[in-house]
Design a protein. Sequence first.
Length: 255
Amino acid sequence: MSARALGFGVIAKAYERFRPGYPDELFEVVAAYAGRPVRTALEIGAGTGKATRLFAGRGVAVTATEPDEAMLAELRRAVPAGVRAVRAAFEDVQPGDTYDLVYAAAALHWTRPQGRWPRVAALLEPDGVFASFAGPFQPADPAVEEAVRAARAPFLASDDVPPPDGTAPDAQLRWPGTELQQSRYFTDVQQHVIGRRTTMSAADYVGHLSTVSAYLQLPEPARQQAYEAIGRALPATVEIVADLTVHLARRRPEG
């Protein structure tokens, strides 16, 4: 796991404050795809438990894995008592228990590519379901988005995490659907988009940026200068597009 992936602990409280939760529609999409009750789940890179709360709140027995102790401490404070919280990177999860569902909420890109899919498959019941969901968090107004880009440019060319397999951002099938479709361990790959819109203050939008890994890699003076420059470029209230792209796949019984 990269240093960029392990840098969130210092902003665990901000992550809990500024990152949005997940809508009920997400659970409904996953449950409809599963086509049977989802009773157990393993979560990859649970962070402060934003997605954990959605699935645990629907009666799923969630084992939430997260490598950073500070993030895990926030998760333990926030999620229902029945959630099993384990400090571990995905690669450290030992095979043994299997689950109806394995899922990752804006975290799969931090896992190691080598052996990713056989490891996921080994954690699933035969015909179990894998789900990954993530998406952009950006101003809805193109003029505001351009103002943010221009303010950020002296410090960062981009704050995105590029698809690990190089899939174009506007491709019809996006990553990780592209990898799942090629994997011999999975079948019935599907992609869904759940629309999300929200409105927040300029200060809260900058607070959200303070939880984005690209900014966390900047030296402290440059990081603060970037936040200040972006803050000056923003209107008082920012409309946000935060659509979720959901990828679903089913473990092949022989996988």
